[in-house]
Design a protein. Structure first.
Length: 145
């Protein structure tokens, strides 16, 4: 079910021998993440429940269930920027109607993240996933996300 970009991340993780290498890869993904404009780092885009400061700005192209989901994201912590990049690979480019059906926990388990992130980081990832799902649900319910 995962996007090709996410599958490539999973394949890279399988190739890397230890978690430190995987951790460095996630950080590098965070470095490569496009920067988010400061004007978008406002309270409405801030994700609560994260140890670091995290902002997600949804961008939905089109209307109805076939609208394409995308988002910008940023954090003040490099590892979290990397986790945002992982979630972007999982969700971006999908029809909004598919977003609720994505089993993020199972997909992220393919990377072994649940075993190697602190509980605070894991809670932050869950909060980001919940925000993404809420935006999709709002869009599907007729609201402007």
């Amino acid at each position: 079910m995962a996007q090709q970009d996410f599958d490539e991340i999973a394949e890279t993780f399988e190739f890397l021998d230890d978690w430190e290498d995987r951790y460095r890869h996630v950080i590098e993904m965070g470095r490569e993440l496009a920067p988010m404009e400061a004007a978008l780092k406002v309270p409405v885009n801030k994700v609560e429940g994260c140890a670091s400061q995290v902002w997600l700005f949804p961008r939905i192209n089109g209307s109805g269930p076939a609208a394409v989901f995308d988002f910008l994201g940023d954090s003040d912590a490099m590892i979290v920027r990397g986790l945002i990049a992982v979630l972007h690979a999982l969700y971006a480019g999908r029809p909004v109607a598919e977003i609720p059906a994505i089993d993020a926990a199972a997909e992220l388990a393919r990377l072994g993240l649940n075993e190697h992130l602190s509980s605070q980081r894991s809670n932050g990832v869950r909060a980001m996933v919940e925000r993404i799902r809420a935006v999709a649900a709002q869009h599907l319910g007729g609201g402007d996300a």
